[in-house]
Design a protein around this ligand. Sequence first.
Ligand code: GLN
Length: 280
Amino acid sequence: MSDGGAWTTLRLLAWTQEFFGRKGVDAPRLTAELLLAHALRCERMRLYLDFDKPLGEPELAAFRDLVRRRAEGEPTAYLTGRRDFYGRPFLVDARVLVPRPETELVLEAARDALPEGGAALDLCTGSGALGVSLALERPGARVVATDLSADALAVAAENARALGAAVDLRQGDLWAPLRAGERFDVIVSNPPYVPRGELDTLPREVRREPRLALDGGPDGLSLLRRIVEGAPARLAPGGTLVLEMHEGHLELLPRLCRDAGFAQAEARRDLAGLPRLTVA
Ligand code: GLN
């Protein structure tokens, strides 16, 4: 950022948008706004009310640091410490995968399958985006969420507390933290499902996210197979399994579900037409 007049909000946004564009950063304008709002500790829309106010040196220094780190590949959500999921602010940092908008479809499918006062299980909850949102969308439901990562569960606990959701968080490997005989009307999961060979081809921002949250083993299905095979014993009669999926598993994942004894299993697509989830 060179000199030549005061750095007003509008001028900073224009400069940063252009800079991010050159650096190949996604959504350059939005990213510039999110980072500037974070540096100024204000809401994003507030930026346009004070658009020609010059920034003070401390704010400018804080913003410069954020812009540099973003250009070097740090995810925006890790820099601001939050990401909205289904209209609610979730705290996120490098301990968890950043909640994705596509995953909102998984939440909606799980919510729609969950009867009033029912019980739901969220496996590999990470930041808690699915489990916490489900508890808030279905206030009468009992929600249990598990994760192998104690670090991730600490983030999920903060989110449950901040958003006022009652979620029973348990640390352990998939089904291990469950009690004997515990069953659920809905089991939902966005487990790691990226085939190991694809991990190095992911965008650099995604490669900053926990490998544990992405690495699905040699074919991407290591966790999904264990979930599909274990689910029938943990579902109440007529229960539903809702899984986020890799687009490459369009045929395979529904077939795995049918092989495991599910009467029906179908892949559903997102608005862009990509297979996103399987409901069984
Ligand atoms: N959808 C994630 C991505 O974009 C993968 C998430 C996962 O493995 N569960 O890389």
